[in-house]
Design a binder for this molecule. Structure first.
Ligand code: HEC
Length: 185
């Protein structure tokens, strides 16, 4: 009990100061493929969905328990349970903001690719891909905030181009899985 109390006192005294002083790491943590799967892939798909169907116009379907179980098995129970919360324009804006800010994360020095190569963050073509992503996703974000479907539609075409700008050089070969990826030009 004594020990428990002193640990408690210590942590109250020290942790807030330590947290303030340290902040978060400036080093990249995931590899580039993980960043792509976690941020670029999921959020770009949400923007492509927003191109296909006007956000906010599709009612959330009623599901019987078998259907709900099937959806949960596919996308995870928390994800399916909360899938409807930010549907519509807030979801589009969130996806666009993730991509716009995600462009910075793609440019952090010292990250590695899945194959262990260093991400070519100093290459002009790589930087241009990230810049195009930030610009196009910011345009999509502004259009989503105004609930302007035409604006989102237009901006998302450029988001798609930004992905291709990098992938054609640093990811995809003729067979679309060319190795080694991430070669500096
Ligand atoms: C700044 C350059 C750049 C931009 C912009 C970019 N990517 Fe990537 N992407 C890469 C590179 C390089 C790889 C290979 C990463 C690796 O193998 O570690 C990659 C890999 C991927 C992968 C495959 C991950 C795997 O499983 O191997 C996906 C999916 C992906 N990107 C999606 C996207 C989407 C969607 C966009 C646009 C919204 C995008 N990327 C924008 C450079 C970029």
């Amino acid at each position: 009990m004594k020990r428990f109390v002193s640990v408690l006192v210590l942590s109250v005294a020290l942790v807030p100061g330590a947290a303030l002083a340290q902040g978060v790491s400036e080093e990249p943590i995931g590899n580039l493929a993980e960043l792509m799967r976690g941020i670029m892939f999921v959020n770009a798909n949400k923007l492509f969905d927003a191109q296909a169907v006007e956000p906010g116009t599709v009612p959330v379907p009623e599901m019987d328990s078998d259907t709900r179980d099937a959806v949960s098995a596919l996308i995870g129970s928390a994800s399916s349970r909360f899938a409807a919360i930010y549907r519509g324009w807030p979801e589009v804006a969130g996806a666009a903001a993730s991509l716009a800010d995600g462009a910075k994360l793609a440019l952090i020095e010292g990250r590695v690719c899945d194959n262990g190569e260093t991400v070519p963050v100093a290459d002009a073509a790589y930087i241009e891909g990230a810049r195009l992503l930030e610009e196009s996703a910011t345009n999509a974000l502004n259009a989503a905030r105004e609930e302007n479907w035409d604006g989102v539609w237009e901006a998302v075409n450029y988001v798609n181009e930004s992905c291709t700008h990098c992938h054609k050089t640093y990811r995809d070969g003729p067979d679309s899985r060319q190795e080694p990826r991430c070669q500096s030009q």
